[in-house]
Ligand binder design. Structure first.
Ligand code: ITT
Length: 193
């Protein structure tokens, strides 16, 4: 029987990507989605945000049925804007969206357009155990204009390094091979295996 792994998130796009990856890269795991909005701590590093979120769930809102679970926190970092939006990526996306980021980057050229996506997966095997973190990054640049219909969030403006495509121009499968989330989740799959 396949092992159930609970993924706690409010973001259905993340679930689609993680499920596709689990189905293609692991024979033993089924992803169970739990749509639960835990408090997202506004801290400087997404690693700490992810870890503290899991600690909150373990301590104050444990799952009804005890099962291994994980959450993940992702963020986009732009060195030309001193790391903005980083841990505030969700808030910034809601407020100014991709058009707002393109505007902030309008006078940036070449190396100044560099961008890094990072995901921290925080896995909790059982409530008594401290969370284990898995980090994945993807390096690229901010495109001059949004391109592509796939993906979600910042995908239309994030162009992967050495590939002339934004994440929104890739299939879920292609994105999973090289994305921040794909790389972090692959480490969790290896750990469980
Ligand atoms: P949960 O915290 O409930 O999982 P969320 O959408 O709030 O869902 P994050 O805080 O991790 O997730 O995401 C920060 C922002 O970055 C948010 O606006 C996402 O849409 C965006 N984002 C995350 N992963 C992304 C990806 O792979 N491609 C493009 N944008 C992404």
């Amino acid at each position: 029987m396949k092992k159930e792994l609970v993924f706690i998130t409010t973001n259905k796009h993340k679930v689609k990507e993680i499920r596709a990856q689990a189905n293609s890269e692991s024979k033993d795991i089924t992803i169970v989605h739990l749509d639960y909005d835990y408090p997202e701590f506004q801290l400087d590093e997404i690693d700490t945000v992810a870890e503290e979120s899991v600690n909150y769930i373990r301590r104050y809102k444990p799952l009804k049925e005890e099962k291994p679970f994980f959450i993940e926190d992702s963020g986009l970092t732009l060195p030309a804007l001193n790391g903005f939006p980083g841990p505030f990526s969700a808030f910034v996306f809601d407020k100014i969206g991709n058009a707002g980021i393109l505007k902030l980057m309008v006078d940036k050229n070449g190396e100044e357009r560099r961008a890094t996506f990072k995901t921290v997966v925080a896995f909790c095997e059982s409530p008594e155990k401290a969370p284990v973190l898995f980090v994945g990054t993807s390096k690229g640049k901010i495109a001059k204009a949004a391109r592509g219909e796939g993906g979600f969030g910042y995908d239309p403006i994030f162009e992967l390094e050495s590939v002339n495509k934004t994440f929104a121009e890739m299939s879920t499968k292609e994105k999973n091979v090289v994305s921040h989330r794909g790389r972090a989740f692959r480490k969790l799959l290896d750990y469980i295996a």
